[in-house]
Design a protein around this ligand. Structure first.
Ligand code: NI
Length: 219
């Protein structure tokens, strides 16, 4: 399941991100954090996790964990890592899937939070492989796409401007993507029941949700 969520960050928060990217000395080669297979195809830069960059990733984590749609789709146990990345002219990230374990934690979900307006750069699309073909994703600044970490994906070479994004990995309480999707459907149904003002239906759905979480959820 792929989920897109708009407006994770406000315009003011995006300006804070710009301030991080304006610092010349915080970026280093992205190869440092790539797994063995990914290193050969990864050509971008990442912010060292200190100072303003660390403040920014802390803020992003907070915004994610406060977002109802994100919580319902990811069922996060932990945000394993968030990196600020940039792709300048000629940079790309070839086809790969993300490591199963990052910092000793199972990476279930990956996300890309776009930080620069799509009209400010050319290329730089996130491309994900699906059974039906390739899907190109380039979102507004402040919007996020969440997808299973096992998905094959790449970033198209940037041919103009600079692509800025935060990327991250989530350890979910729900191991199975299928069960996560069912729980997401229950969350949507709950929202509909709340909108319809149907307390009996809400109670029934909460019972189903609780049963699924007890059966499949990890502490
Ligand atoms: Ni990746």
């Amino acid at each position: 399941m792929f989920i897109q969520i708009a407006d994770i960050l406000t315009a003011a928060e995006l300006r804070l991100a710009d301030a991080v990217f304006a610092q010349a000395d915080v970026f280093e080669s992205g190869a440092r954090t790539a797994g063995r297979a990914a290193r050969a195809v990864k050509n971008n830069e990442q912010a060292r996790p200190s100072g303003l960059a660390a403040d920014m990733t802390t803020l992003i984590e907070k915004r994610l964990l406060k977002n109802d749609v994100f919580r319902a789709a990811a069922r996060p146990k932990n945000v394993i890592r968030i990196l600020l990345s940039r792709y300048m002219l000629g940079m790309s990230y070839g086809l790969h899937s993300d490591d199963a374990f990052i910092e000793g934690q199972r990476a279930d979900l990956s996300f890309t939070l776009f930080l620069s307006p799509p009209e400010s750069y050319e290329g730089g699309d996130l491309v994900v492989e699906e059974p039906s073909g390739e899907r190109l994703i380039k979102l507004e600044a402040g919007a996020l796409v969440l997808y299973p970490s096992a998905t094959l994906h790449r970033v198209v070479e940037v041919t103009k401007g600079e692509r800025r994004a935060a990327v991250g990995w989530i350890r979910s309480r729900i191991r199975s993507a299928e069960v996560r999707e069912t729980l997401f459907d229950v969350a949507l149904a709950l929202r509909q029941a709340e909108a319809a003002g149907d307390p009996a239906l809400i109670d029934r759905l909460l019972k189903i949700q609780g049963a699924l979480l007890r059966r499949w959820g990890e502490d």
